[in-house]
Design a protein around this ligand. Structure first.
Ligand code: DC
Length: 239
């Protein structure tokens, strides 16, 4: 990836209106939908950090590189270009000029993303890109992921930690995949949800955890609208 190192503090000083919102939590907690909608309502840039890990996973699979081979993944990262481009109704993800928006959402890509995200070289390689995407333009962004409030922006202006029970999260994942026409087995989706949780929260580097100072939201019995409304009110009060 072609990246330029822009120190976060310098960017912050240069942009008086900076406002960074981070949303972390496990898979299927409802954070993607909520984060995208919150960004839209606030007029902020949306940074889907999981999409970047998914793209690296897809790139590795395509190149025949093992998901755990740090050295090879590091080399791969330095040679690829990942871009987020605005689409008509959603953000599009490009890998070396190729639209991978759909491809990165398959269950295989999810597993590959989970594996590459445990590799320190991959996390280090994506760190700067994530900060640059969030600080571009007005520097008013909503970042969504697993470490956005702990590692990427520990000094975020507003942090949320979104969670839900594993059963509810697997059910949401299943509904999401079924709606796309995928023939999925609910038991398999549940098993994958539990496995990804374990990978994400027990890995040595940037394990999933509630960031210091984050507002916790349990979405198990909340609608997306309720979650977004709660977030929007909290952010506007803080702004
Ligand atoms: O949110 P998602 O399902 O698109 O994320 C895909 C994978 O990437 C998931 O296994 C966790 C990982 N990830 C991460 O480690 N750190 C992030 N900031 C975002 C995602």
């Amino acid at each position: 990836m072609k990246t330029k190192d822009i120190p976060t503090r310098v960017m912050r000083a240069a942009s008086g209106g900076r406002f960074i919102v981070t949303i972390d939590g496990p898979a299927g907690a409802g954070k993607s939908t909520a984060a995208r909608e919150l960004a839209k309502r606030l007029g902020f840039t949306f940074v889907d950090t999981g999409a970047l890990y998914r793209t690296v996973g897809v790139a590795a699979t395509r190149a025949g590189i093992a998901n755990t081979d740090g050295r090879a993944l590091s080399k791969l990262l330095s040679g690829i270009i990942i871009e987020m481009r605005p689409g008509t109704d959603r953000q599009l993800v490009f890998l070396d000029e190729r639209d991978v928006t759909e491809e990165i959402r398959t269950p295989e890509a999810s597993m590959a993303a989970s594996a590459v995200s445990a590799v320190p070289e991959v996390r280090a390689g994506l760190l700067d890109l994530q900060r640059r995407l969030a600080l571009a333009g007005e520097a008013r962004s909503v970042l969504e992921g697993r470490d956005t409030g702990t590692v990427i922006f520990p000094d975020a202006d507003m942090k949320f930690y979104v969670d839900a029970s594993p059963e509810v999260r697997a059910r949401r994942r299943f509904d999401e995949l079924s709606a796309k026409g995928a023939a999925v087995d609910p038991d398999k989706v549940f098993a994958e949800t539990v496995e990804r949780d374990k990978n994400d929260s027990t890995r040595a580097i940037a394990p999933l955890k509630c960031p210091d100072g984050a507002v916790r939201i349990d979405t198990s019995s909340m609608t997306v609208d309720e979650v977004v409304a709660m977030m929007e009110t909290t952010v506007r009060e803080k702004m």
